[in-house]
Write a protein that binds this ligand. Sequence first.
Ligand code: MGD
Ligand code: MGD
Ligand code: SF4
Ligand code: MO
Length: 657
Amino acid sequence: MNRSRFVKTTCNRDCPDACSIVAEVAEDRIVRLRGDKDHPVTRGALCFRTRNFLSRHHSADRITQPLLRRGDGFVAISPDDALDLAAEKLQTIRKESGGAAIFHYRSGGSLGMLKEICDAFFGRFGPVTIKVGDICNGAGEAAQIADFGESESHDIFDLHNARHIINWGKNLHVSNVHLIRVVTEARRRGADLTVIDPVSTQSAADADHHFALRPGGDLNLALAVGRRLFEMNLVKPHPACSEQSVTAFRHLCYERSNNAWAKAADVARWEVDHLAECLGDGPTAILIGWGLQRRAFGAATVRALDALCALSGNLGVEGGGCSFYFKRRGAFDTSFLKSGKPPRVIREPFFGEDVLAADAPPIRMIWVTAGNPVAMLPDSAKVAEAFEKTEFTVVVDAFHTDTTRRADLILPVTTLLEDDDLLGAYGHHYLGVSRPVLPPRGDARSDLEWIQGLASRLGMEQDFAGAPREWKERMLRPVCDRGASLEEIERGPVRNPLATRVLFSDGTVPTPDGKIRLLCAEDLPPSALGAEQEEPGGHPVSTPSSEPCELWLMSNSHPRSQSSQWVEEPSGPLEAIVHPDAARGMEEGREVCLHSALGELRVILRFDRRQRRDLVIVPKGGALDRGLAANALIPAKATDLGMGAAYQDTRVRLRPC
Ligand SMILES: Nc1nc2c(c(=O)[nH]1)N[C@H]1C(S)=C(S)[C@@H](COP(=O)(O)OP(=O)(O)OC[C@H]3O[C@@H](n4cnc5c(=O)[nH]c(N)nc54)[C@H](O)[C@@H]3O)O[C@H]1N2
Ligand SMILES: Nc1nc2c(c(=O)[nH]1)N[C@H]1C(S)=C(S)[C@@H](COP(=O)(O)OP(=O)(O)OC[C@H]3O[C@@H](n4cnc5c(=O)[nH]c(N)nc54)[C@H](O)[C@@H]3O)O[C@H]1N2
Ligand code: SF4
Ligand SMILES: [Mo]
């Protein structure tokens, strides 16, 4: 009889949930993945993409040997030869051109804390060129730090105390699935749920109310709600709000009439009133999504939502708050990884442009850790060109991507089931460890081991020595005496003992002057508010004879993929979901062209009458080389704070091919 054994590990993907996974192993093969029943958030369930990860993990396409470019293809080489070559290139380029000629780019392929050791290695070897900004949550995080001095969230279970929940742009059913249960429990206890999202998602369909506003209309809507709070006498400012800043926010809200704000946001007046009433009848929890801050005025939008919370008596109270991001690094000490100031930075949303423009010295080498920038960053074609024109590029990955296909050297890395790391979460406060369910396949190694191999060749062996457990213990020093030692976390998930359950409940905020900064007119260029006579956005209709109308390109998370990591790579063309009126004269199932100022993609049309008529929905994360990359259409454009990417501001048109 074959006996199975079960190994618990933590999912290291770029996802708010950081689930505890139970892997079943039989005869040295992983046969099944389940969610851990003992984890308070995972509660026995995994998302589609990780439940089905085994096909990817066992796939024949997995990279299991270092690969060196030869002509148009690659040849396998030994790990020692790969490390010798990489070390030699690093040394030569540093000697000839300085650290600035080397660019280390790390993204979110794995959120394990030990991946940050790669940054420290390049910092000490150079320092080298690194990225600045954060295309994922940069704008929202910067907004909350500006307002409150930190970007943190209420304990996930504090939602049970809410009377109203405003889900302002989060697609729970796709990108935050374990929050659904907590929201459902809160509703059973009497909370009502309103979703604000231009797209009709499953999360919106399940809510008590769905307000499908104009894409990017949130700032207008928030200011309308702000005005109604003042008009209805529902203003109860948090003690850290100064009178002056309340007055300044009030002025901003009164810049337009309620009708003008509602029109600009393309919502009904009662929808504005409903939100103001919810906020006035708190506790009301605002859950802030990521999509709305990936816009030119994304930070201003989050700041307006912060202001609504702080003014309506919902900041600092149980069941309230405006939760955007959980400080996933909050329990850990990484100060020992700090290194010197980088000689140069590349703005993350402008990766292609900045790398190509870099001069004196040019970028001669790019090293990519846990990222697929060619597919995932704006203006994919330019990012691809940057890789193609760079003298030597190294990509550390487990699968072929648009980025590995442009590499000179590929180093095979462990998958999430072979990972040995420490994790916080950005959707709750529990800490976990990942541990190898099985040893790595072939010559695959962790990022730490590749770095240690390099360090030993470059005279930095001592700086980076140590088994994963030793690194985890060092990082856990702030909490190891408070019930979150490594042994305790290895036994099961532990809540970060440093995380408070309700933020700012003592009436203070950690800004430099202890005051909340509320958004005001001086913080906004006039263009942030849109034209006064904005058309109600939802109903421009193109006819076969007229020029096709402009649509907002919504390139959203897809249930079958984690960014560019698909359960099964689609073969194309890309599926584009639109209201039939947005594609007049075109047939469902037909291939048509989707144009932007930057490029063109062939797409298959799917009609959905629930959607607004001014948008088209495609999945994020398709491959450039297969003609599936939304980012081939998306120009590089920064957000107002945090150097995020304004992916969602892209306008497109549908045309027959
Ligand atoms: N299945 C799956 N899950 C994922 C990911 C994935 O690729 N696939 N990605 C992970 C990553 S990297 C992240 S950062 C997180 C978050 O992943 P995201 O997908 O970025 O976050 P959400 O905020 O849940 O979903 C975006 C929602 O914002 C809405 N939206 C867009 N523009 C606006 C707007 O102007 N106003 C409003 N109100 N809403 C708008 C979209 O319609 C969409 O429903 O999820 C992670 N989870
Ligand atoms: N159009 C559009 N573009 C977007 C977004 C959008 O909403 N619309 N969302 C943006 C967001 S929120 C994000 S976070 C980014 C995500 O952008 P990326 O982080 O670049 O996306 P991933 O596809 O997750 O690519 C990560 C790569 O890391 C590899 N990997 C996995 N684990 C490890 C590991 O342990 N070590 C190493 N070395 N590699 C590993 C994976 O195989 C994968 O190829 O995309 C952004 N791009
Ligand atoms: S990707 Fe997210 S939801 Fe899926 S298993 Fe990992 S942490 Fe859980
Ligand atoms: Mo992200």
